[in-house]
Design a protein around this ligand. Sequence first.
Ligand SMILES: NC(=O)c1ccc[n+]([C@@H]2O[C@H](COP(=O)([O-])OP(=O)(O)OC[C@H]3O[C@@H](n4cnc5c(N)ncnc54)[C@H](O)[C@@H]3O)[C@@H](O)[C@H]2O)c1
Length: 333
Amino acid sequence: MLNVGLLGAGRIAGVHATAISSNPESTLVAVSDINAAAAEKIATGYGAQMRDTDAILNDPAIDAVLIATSTDTHSDLIERATAAGKSVLCEKPVDLSLARAQACQKVVAANGKPVMIGFNRRFDPSFSALKAALDAGEIGKPELLSITSFDPAPPPVAYVKVSGGLFRDMMIHDFDMANFLMNAAPVSVSAVGTSIVDPEIGAAGDVDTAVVTLTYADGRIAVIKNSRRAVYGYDQRVELLGSEGLLQAQNMLENTVVKSTTAGVTGARPTFFFLERYMPAYTAEWAAFVDAVNGGSAMPVTLDDGVAALAMAEAATRSVKSGAPVRLDSLGV
Ligand SMILES: NC(=O)c1ccc[n+]([C@@H]2O[C@H](COP(=O)([O-])OP(=O)(O)OC[C@H]3O[C@@H](n4cnc5c(N)ncnc54)[C@H](O)[C@@H]3O)[C@@H](O)[C@H]2O)c1
């Protein structure tokens, strides 16, 4: 049985508390948050204790921690938790700063404890089935990847200001998905972006709509499209063209009813947002972490994967400002 401490008690922490508690191999022992009331609420709901972070990290009976705090705390908490001998699952992104994340990599290597980064979409049933078909060689060599990732509505501008921007906060998932499916990092990142949905997002120095092109050393190409607004719901699709065929993962819908009348053929909207669409993925992500810790095997998504995606976000942020492609080797990765 894996005894777990949950650091952070905000929006995503509630999802993780459910995954930890529902897994027969793990127990949620304690929850911390700088907002004590938030920690108390989750702890009470799941039969755990509210403690401060130090008390969780110093408890030898706690084997693992799940870090679901605000992004600017991730590197510090990963370093402290691994120094305290805990296995770690940390939410994306590793940090707001690439240099800070790279420093964290060195500390973690020295501490010698496993760290997984929460790129939950790898565990989504549709995307993991697509990956399995790809790995089985069913479409030959992947050549052109297209990822569509639209949120239903933009977050508050106050969130945008501390999020690190669309590329670090939102497209980071798609950068990781590209690395996962193309089985390589690109050599170059080109980005265009605009704040056409909410000019206040532009005034805060961010974009809400962006297209990124990734080019690979062997000539392959990936295109990622992000928008903070899709009025019909959360739009999450992947299309991968290979030398021997095409793989597509479509949206999950609110229901499967299709209405056909003289007016046309219509169906339900996509599930509203990430909590609905990706709940099975969060559960499977946690199960994969528990299996890796218990089995002593490699983490299915590593800290290196987290830093690789962050480097692409950094490159895209620079490219959108300069208007020129940014080579990843120019960032020291
Ligand atoms: N994988 C996903 O699908 C996904 C979805 C949402 C959020 N996230 C990530 O999860 C993280 C949290 O996002 P959220 O939406 O839950 O945010 P949130 O603001 O709802 O929750 C963050 C919580 O962390 C607490 N906190 C901040 N600093 C702390 C510290 N030093 N020690 C303890 N607690 C601290 C805050 O008080 C807050 O309760 C972010 O990094 C975000 O990028 C990932």
